[in-house]
Design a protein around this ligand. Structure first.
Ligand SMILES: Nc1ncnc2c1ncn2[C@@H]1O[C@H](COP(=O)(O)OP(=O)(O)OP(=O)(O)O)[C@@H](O)[C@H]1O
Ligand SMILES: [Mg+2]
Length: 189
């Protein structure tokens, strides 16, 4: 049986966690949702703390450990869903490359969303789900600019681009993007 890691890609409110839970059931997959960990560990956060630089750094560290756990699970034969957002093409390239070194398939699951629908969903979720934060229109617009939508090569899982200059491998790039992740992947592992 082919083992697959699913890379769920999309902006806040795009429906990532909803889709990740569907895959968790339909593919008997291990779902890794960093928001769950962040909310559990930093449960007293108000919206200002939640937006702080400290929290962003800790979030990266949570994600790094979840990448290591997820890749190990995939290596052991379990399908995995990374419910991370993965706004950057380089992030996706790194995880696709690591999957390749472990001999598992990577599938990008892209959930596009327009601004109006996104705002509607986030507002209604904020009203019905405790612990969820409201996000301003200015933030949502800024994030649409930052977000790098997956291209056709990514969606078809072909052609992983070369690692950016200054990095020996995508594993090394990933260990800098997620500081709690060791540079431990490569063709020989
Ligand atoms: N396909 C859909 N159609 C309509 N509503 C949806 C759809 N998918 C999810 N929703 C609703 O939109 C809201 C956001 O969904 P969800 O929490 O899955 O998004 P998310 O991408 O995980 O967001 P975040 O990045 O903030 O975690 C939820 O209230 C969910 O019920
Ligand atoms: Mg979510």
């Amino acid at each position: 049986m082919t083992v697959t890691i699913y890379l769920v890609v999309g902006l806040p409110g795009a429906g990532k966690t909803t889709r990740a839970k569907e895959l968790e059931n339909s593919e008997s997959a291990l779902r890794l949702t960093p928001d769950d960990w962040q909310l559990a560990i930093f449960r007293g956060d108000d919206s200002r703390r939640w937006r702080s630089k400290d929290r962003a750094d800790q979030r990266d560290r949570i994600e790094g450990k979840l990448v290591a756990v997820g890749m190990r699970a995939a290596q052991l034969g379990i399908n995995v869903v990374f419910d991370f957002g993965l706004w950057g093409k380089d992030e996706r390239s790194a995880l696709r490359w690591i999957a390749g070194t472990l001999g598992v398939h990577a599938q990008v699951v892209y959930l596009p969303i327009n601004f109006e629908e996104q705002r509607r969903r986030i507002t209604s979720r904020y009203e019905t789900e405790p612990g969820q934060f409201q996000m301003s229109d200015a933030e949502l617009k800024q994030w649409h600019v930052q977000f790098q939508a997956p291209d056709q090569a990514e969606l078809r899982d072909t052609e992983i681009p070369p690692v950016p200059p200054g990095h020996a491998t995508w594993s090394q790039w990933a260990s800098q993007r997620w500081p709690s992740l060791h540079d431990q992947y490569g063709p020989t592992t």
